[in-house]
Design a protein around this ligand. Structure first.
Ligand SMILES: *Cc1c(COP(=O)(O)O)cnc(C)c1O
Length: 361
């Protein structure tokens, strides 16, 4: 049988592992930080009407500039942004890949602060960008001094922040991002996939965009918007950055159906985001109850909680899965991560975990 090793694959991809979050379909799915609440029926009906309309001209290529979607996204974000500041793609993963194609690549590097989202290093590998890592402070924080020291030591082409950070839930302050920007001549990329779940009054790097043309902020409709299956992510940046990404994008990369569905979802933003407060309450409940059970949960500004003091994460994962509950072993010793689901799902997870014996380290 032919294996990867038999193929003339790029040397720098040999031995690498693909993204591989287990995708079991079970009763309680709290493993990949989706919004577990379904889209309201009335919104589905409107999206169906809009995609039906798009189908009447599906023999033609879609709007390559997805102007209506960019206008909708700019209006949703606020902060004085216009369509010229916005780019979108099939998930923020594609946005991240496109920016690395334009600003990373062979001979260039990206600096990141693990533990962080596994796709960031996989996209660096795929685009031939050297992956450099630096240490975080206590409790996974990154102070302005820590960020600046890492930038001075490594002189990267791109500095990557994820806030709130996956898998730890930790926010990165606007002060840290501003200090990093001042310390580099390169790009500062901020992945804000979970921004809508942050506590009220939390800062966003969107507030820093004015006058900082090397700063990019990505968001996604996959999490708070309950739209993961539609594959829509986007970034906000200086219009010149958007021009740079036009050099590497594939023409017509966003299908007419995707554009119509996303514009429809954004037209109903308040209904689509109605469950966010509920999810935040379940997240806070997870932190409280996991601590009461003797685990070590970290404060989270996202829709998931990382918790330590787990004796054997693989064993606990397997035992929960046997009961139809899937969470995530993200490969940090003695830790697991769980998504905040509906109240019922969260209750089921907590009850099942508390009944497992010997799972505390
Ligand atoms: C889930 C997630 C994304 C979303 O990716 P999409 O391609 O938009 O679905 C992006 N960044 C982080 C850190 C995530 O956890």
């Amino acid at each position: 049988m032919t294996t990867l090793d038999d193929l003339p694959i790029r040397d720098d991809l040999r031995g690498k592992k693909p993204y591989g979050a287990p995708q079991a379909h079970v009763r309680v799915e709290l493993n990949v930080n989706e919004n577990t609440h379904p889209v309201p029926e009335a919104v589905i009906d409107d999206i169906v009407a809009r995609t039906r309309e798009a189908l009447t001209s599906i023999n033609r290529y879609p709007d390559r500039e997805f102007t209506q979607l960019r206008e909708s996204l700019a209006a949703y974000l606020g902060h004085g942004l216009t369509a010229a500041n916005i780019w979108a793609a099939n998930g923020s993963n594609e946005v991240i890949q496109q920016h690395m194609q334009a600003f990373g690549g062979p001979g260039r590097s990206v600096l990141a602060f693990p533990p962080t989202y596994s796709m960031h290093s996989i996209i660096a590998n795929g685009t031939g960008t050297t992956w450099i890592t630096a240490e975080r402070d206590a409790d996974f924080r990154i102070s302005p001094e820590t960020a600046v020291a890492a930038i001075k030591a490594n002189n990267p082409s791109i500095v990557f922040f994820c806030t709130p950070n996956n898998p730890t839930g930790t926010p990165v302050s606007v002060e840290t991002i501003a200090a990093a920007y001042d310390a580099t001549d390169g790009i500062v990329f901020v992945d804000e996939a979970y921004a809508e779940f942050a506590p009220d009054g939390s800062g966003t790097a969107l507030s820093l965009l004015e006058g900082r043309p090397r700063l990019m902020v990505s968001r996604t409709m996959s999490k708070a918007f309950a739209f993961a299956g539609a594959r829509v992510g986007y970034l906000a940046a200086d219009p010149a950055v958007v021009d740079a990404i036009r050099l590497v994008r594939l023409p017509y990369h966003l299908s007419a159906l995707t554009q119509a569905a996303a514009v429809g979802a954004l037209a109903h933003a308040p209904e689509m985001l109605a469950m966010v407060d509920d999810i935040k309450a379940q997240r806070d409940r997870l932190v409280t109850e996991l601590a009461n059970m003797g685990y070590h949960p970290y404060e989270s500004a996202a829709n998931f909680v990382l918790f330590g003091n787990v004796a054997n994460p693989q064993d606990t994962f397997d035992k929960l899965l046997a009961q139809g509950i899937i969470i995530r072993d993200i490969g940090i010793a003695n830790h697991l991560r769980v998504t905040a689901g509906t109240e019922a799902e969260t209750s089921e997870f907590l009850a099942a975990l508390s009944e497992l014996n010997g799972t505390l380290a």
